[in-house]
Design a protein around this ligand. Structure first.
Ligand code: ZN
Ligand code: ZN
Length: 342
């Protein structure tokens, strides 16, 4: 996207027109920021597994046509009326949580992630698979200490991973299992290892590349999800969208341990014997994020420091990036770079 395009008021976007179909490259009008909104020139947008769930129709009622993408890092190009934060020219991140009502019981009790009226970037609002995106400025984060391509995966893989880690006891879990070693896991493992936690990485059976990646990052153990670790885990986090991992993980955690499901969608959980849950094991999910999660994690990440492994793609190669994610061909995160096109 060149400056010239903005003068002409159009941008390139990859849009979902029909569920289950590849995204379509289109020229569409650059959106205008309304009151309280920012217009952001997208420098980088990471590709999240949730984008696959949106495209595949696993999540109900997306906006159509839709520009997916909710791990957006870009430069503020214009601000709407009354926008007090995020001046023009600053680097910001736009996450999954796009808007909340601020008035319901969830919003008022610090659980805006559960607001029934919440709107989500790249799902119910247009996202970042485009030259520009608009967002409510109150839900954008200032980005410090990272270049756009490196920062993009922090916006969901990082934030949701961080929330899942908090729900799994944060730094208190001495032996922490992570099931599914993709974008979220590779970020979270660095946070946990910096705290002195021992990380056990579970991958698809036989995925030696992902296991080597986990060990290189400092995991003490890496193996297939069909393997049993050599010790009982204090907590486990599931990032793989595979319900069959739930009883496996419960079987791997000690009495009183916690299993957290970090994904937005999972295949059905098979029936399992009650003894796997008994002895006060806890099974819970994590949904979305709060702005507090974002503020905390984006302050923490550069101090670890979390280094993201990314593979860059041109905006128009978004379908290839989605296919690579679906097929498990990625180590780390796919990142679209709209700013490099044209
Ligand atoms: Zn609300
Ligand atoms: Zn996501």
């Amino acid at each position: 996207m060149s400056r010239d395009d903005r003068r002409h008021g159009i941008m390139r976007a990859m849009r979902l027109r029909r569920i289950g179909q590849p995204l379509v490259a289109e020229d569409v009008p650059i959106p205008s920021p309304g009151p309280g909104e920012v217009l952001v020139r997208v420098e980088a947008c990471a590709v999240c597994r949730t984008d696959l769930h949106v495209v595949d129709g696993d999540l109900p009622d997306p906006r159509l046509p839709l520009i997916p993408g909710h791990e957006i890092v870009g430069t503020v190009a214009a601000v709407g009326e009354g926008t007090a934060t995020h001046a023009i020219g600053t680097l910001v991140g736009i996450p999954w949580l796009g808007w909340t009502c601020g008035e319901c019981d969830s919003c008022r009790s610090g659980q805006e992630n559960l607001c029934p009226q919440a709107e989500f970037t790249g799902y119910t609002r247009d996202g970042g698979y485009a030259g520009y995106a608009v967002a409510d400025a109150r839900y954008c984060f200032a980005i410090h200490g990272y270049r756009p391509q490196a920062a993009a995966p922090l916006l969901c893989a990082g934030l949701i991973g961080y929330r899942a880690w908090r729900m799994a006891g944060g730094g208190t879990a001495g032996h922490l299992g992570i099931y599914g070693f993709g974008a979220a896991a590779h970020i979270l493992a660095q946070v946990a290892i910096a705290r002195g936690q021992l990380v056990y990485a579970f991958t698809r059976p036989g995925d030696k590349q992902a296991q080597r990646f986990a060990l290189r990052l400092g995991a003490v153990w890496a193996g297939g999800s069909d393997q049993r670790p050599n010790t009982a885990l204090d907590a486990a986090i599931l990032f793989a969208p595979v319900g069959a991992l739930v009883p496996l993980a419960l079987d791997h955690v000690r009495p009183g341990g916690t299993v957290v499901c970090g994904g937005i969608h999972m295949t059905d959980i098979p029936a399992f014997p009650y003894r796997l849950l008994w002895q006060e094991r806890v099974l819970r999910s994590v949904a979305n994020l709060t702005r507090r999660d974002g503020d905390e994690f984006l302050a923490l990440a550069p101090t670890v420091p979390v280094r993201t492994q990314t593979r860059p793609y041109r905006l128009e190669d978004a379908n290839t990036a989605l296919d690579d994610l679906r097929a498990g061909r990625l180590t780390g995160a796919a990142v679209l770079l709209p700013g490099n096109d044209g």
